[in-house]
Ligand binder design. Structure first.
Ligand code: C2E
Ligand code: CA
Ligand code: CA
Ligand code: CA
Length: 277
């Protein structure tokens, strides 16, 4: 009986209903929105801080909904995973990114662009074939594509995931462990993973100039990554003050607002042109 409940509780339930309704709307709209041009891709530079040069980026998805406005990926990626339609998003991203990377490649811009995968993508046995076909169609060398997989996705079903990653690696695609340090992986697993790159999570990077423990963690993780033959990328650098520390820690690449926010293709190419000049 809502009338006898304290106002706060009724309000809370109403708020829950509204967010549930919004989620249902998003899931309902998603498949058609992918076809109708409501989604677009942005590219965030991954800067080689030892060479002061940039030749790679991460592709991130964006949704501009006609009624609800801008919707951040944090609001629909997990939802799409639960609803079983994350594969639609991944397919769309792979198509967009591989054709854009092929255009850049033909222009002499030899970049490596990373796409994020969900654990459900890695459990899909046709993923490797799909990617191989797209690369062939667009005549893009496999080395121009990277795939990012979170540490927790790998731990979800390590044997199956490692097998799929090995197939992708055999094609010549570059692989990265994403959000490293936030999952529950044992370090022992790390050396079994057929990856090239470890991306240490923003949580350890964002305050590195103020937090000696974070600096220790980044340094130790970089040393571990290097001793296992992986390169190390630091995510989420916002302030110049952290850059020298990341260089001292031996990090290979840095991604973060300090260098650039995620940009649409044309702006990204412009940024790159200036940065690498
Ligand atoms: P992620 O893979 O860890 O991507 C990095 C996120 O950090 C991006 O957020 C990026 O905009 C943000 N970021 C980068 N530098 C900075 C910084 O200096 N400061 C701050 N505060 N943030 C920074 P975004 O684009 O909102 O994406 C959030 C998450 O959504 C991603 O985290 C990824 O897990 C997921 N996601 C985005 N696009 C895709 C996609 O195409 N497929 C899948 N499966 N997941 C995606
Ligand atoms: Ca990522
Ligand atoms: Ca990440
Ligand atoms: Ca993240």
């Amino acid at each position: 009986n809502a009338r006898q409940m304290p106002a706060g509780i009724a309000f809370y339930q109403q708020g829950q209903d509204e967010s549930h309704q919004r989620e249902l709307t998003l899931i309902h709209d998603l498949p058609l929105a992918l076809q109708n041009g409501q989604f677009y891709v942005v590219y965030q530079p991954k800067v080689d801080i030892q060479q002061q040069h940039c030749h790679s980026a991460e592709a991130l998805i964006r949704w501009q909904h006609p009624q609800l406005g801008f919707i951040a990926p944090d609001q629909f990626i997990a939802l799409a995973e639960h609803a079983g339609c994350i594969g639609l998003i991944t397919d769309w991203m792979l198509r967009q990114v591989i054709s854009q990377a092929a255009v850049w490649w033909q222009q002499g811009l030899h970049l490596q662009i990373a796409v994020n995968l969900s654990v459900f993508d890695l459990l899909n046995p046709s993923l490797t074939d799909t990617i191989q076909q797209l690369l062939q169609q667009q005549q893009l060398p496999a080395a121009a594509l990277a795939l990012e997989v979170t540490e927790s996705a790998i731990m979800h079903d390590a044997d199956t995931v490692i097998q799929q990653l090995s197939q992708l690696r055999a094609l010549g695609i570059s692989l990265a462990i994403d959000d490293f340090g936030t999952g529950q992986s044992s370090l022992a697993y790390l050396k079994q993973l057929p990856v090239h790159e470890v991306k240490i999570d923003r949580a350890f990077v964002k305050d590195i100039e103020h937090n000696a423990n974070d600096a220790l963690i980044v340094r130790a993780t970089t040393q571990l990554a290097h001793s296992l033959g992986f390169s190390l990328t630091a995510e989420g650098l916002e302030h110049q003050a952290g850059l020298a520390l990341l260089q001292q820690c031996g990090c290979d690449k840095v991604q973060g607002y300090y260098f650039a926010k995620p940009l649409q293709a044309a702006q990204f190419a412009q940024w790159l042109n200036q940065f690498n000049a």
